[in-house]
Design a binder for this molecule. Structure first.
Ligand SMILES: NC(=O)c1ccc[n+]([C@@H]2O[C@H](COP(=O)([O-])OP(=O)(O)OC[C@H]3O[C@@H](n4cnc5c(N)ncnc54)[C@H](OP(=O)(O)O)[C@@H]3O)[C@@H](O)[C@H]2O)c1
Length: 308
């Protein structure tokens, strides 16, 4: 039987990929920072830490795998984790995969990566894409803008704020765009790309595009049955307001870099849709639950036993 590896199978996108691999009767191994995270797989998945500090152990953990699905990344710079560390660690992962004879890597990137970007999220992803392209390993690079689904953070927390507050503040005019893809569609795409041999790069975007302003309106109309009053704020005021919410929730709601990425239209492409599920349809089907609970990024990092 074939063995394949997915990073972060107890996290968000990795879980949906792992589910599909198991359905295909593939032996699934996960590399994770959270070996004890509560998960649905019980003993159906082989679990290993990443071993970023031990190249031999990392290569051994990948030995015998035909495909590596890599989702590993850190969302923002923080006192406990940093983009540059995620770049270094991912380079080690690619190197270990090469040593272990992994035949193909399906790598999750971001829309509009650019190694020269001033935003470390996008420059880090650009550096990693270049390294993978030159690694000699067959690759599929998937570039999602935003993933949505039960465990997502961005859209869930927009819904949470819409539920909690009578008004909604935008960073500037809110006319920057996003193209969310459903996590189930994303996982389907990852598996399809994992089965190929040729090198591919795909903008992993869904069928609907929204400006941020439209997104807030759509979410509030579907969830509350009415639009929230929206107002524009200078970025710095918006940042400090979100910081206040973050302090109350023990989280980082949004970073200055993320605001710049949004406003730079970096979550938007002109590519055709790679997913078929509309966010609006999914919101209608899930309007009773989306945003009921705040989704906390930092809590997921601090408590490595809780499920997403
Ligand atoms: N979610 C989105 O809306 C979105 C949008 C665009 C691109 N992406 C890209 O999609 C990929 C997967 O995203 P996801 O939302 O599915 O991620 P996730 O499941 O939350 O995390 C994926 C992996 O990264 C590890 N990780 C995340 N944050 C970390 C931190 N601060 N320190 C150490 N390890 C950390 C996780 O660790 P554990 O093993 O401990 O779980 C897991 O192995 C990422 O490459 C991301 O850049 C996501």
């Amino acid at each position: 039987m074939e063995t394949q590896v997915v990073t972060g199978a107890f996290g968000f996108s990795g879980k949906y990929i792992a589910r599909r691999l198991l359905k295909k009767n593939i032996i699934v191994k996960t590399l994770t920072n959270s070996v004890n995270r509560k998960n649905e797989f019980q003993n159906k998945i082989i679990v290993s830490p990443f071993h970023f500090d031990d190249a031999d152990k990392m290569a051994a953990a990948l030995e015998g795998a035909s495909v590596l699905y890599n989702t590993y990344w850190v969302r923002f710079n923080h006192k406990n984790f940093h983009h540059s560390e995620a770049v270094d660690n991912t380079l080690k992962l690619f190197e270990a995969a090469k040593r272990a004879g992994v035949q193909r890597i399906v790598h999750t990137s971001i829309t509009n990566p650019d190694k020269n970007s001033k935003l470390e999220y996008f420059s880090g992803k650009g550096i990693l894409e270049e390294a993978l392209i030159h690694s000699g390993i067959s690759y599929a690079i998937l570039r999602p803008a935003v993933l949505f689904g039960k465990e997502d953070i961005l859209i869930n927390n927009i819904a949470w704020m819409v539920r909690k507050f009578p008004v909604f503040g935008l960073f500037g005019d809110g006319n920057y765009r996003l193209q969310p893809i459903f996590v189930e569609d994303y996982a389907d795409l990852a598996i399809t790309e994992g089965e190929k041999k040729e090198n591919t790069i795909v903008d992993a975007i869904g069928p609907e595009s929204f400006t941020y302003r439209e997104l807030v309106n759509v979410v509030s109309k579907i969830i509350l049955g009415k639009k929230r009053l929206i107002f524009s704020m200078p970025d710095e005021i918006g940042y400090w307001m979100s910081k206040l919410v973050g302090v109350i929730k023990g989280d980082v709601l949004v970073t200055r870099e993320e605001i710049k990425g949004l406003k730079g239209d970096l979550l938007y492409t002109t590519s055709p849709a790679a997913g078929k599920t509309k966010l609006t349809d999914w919101l209608i089907a899930n309007k009773g639950t989306v945003g009921k609970e705040y989704a906390n990024e930092i809590k997921r990092r601090k408590d490595r036993t809780i499920s997403y």
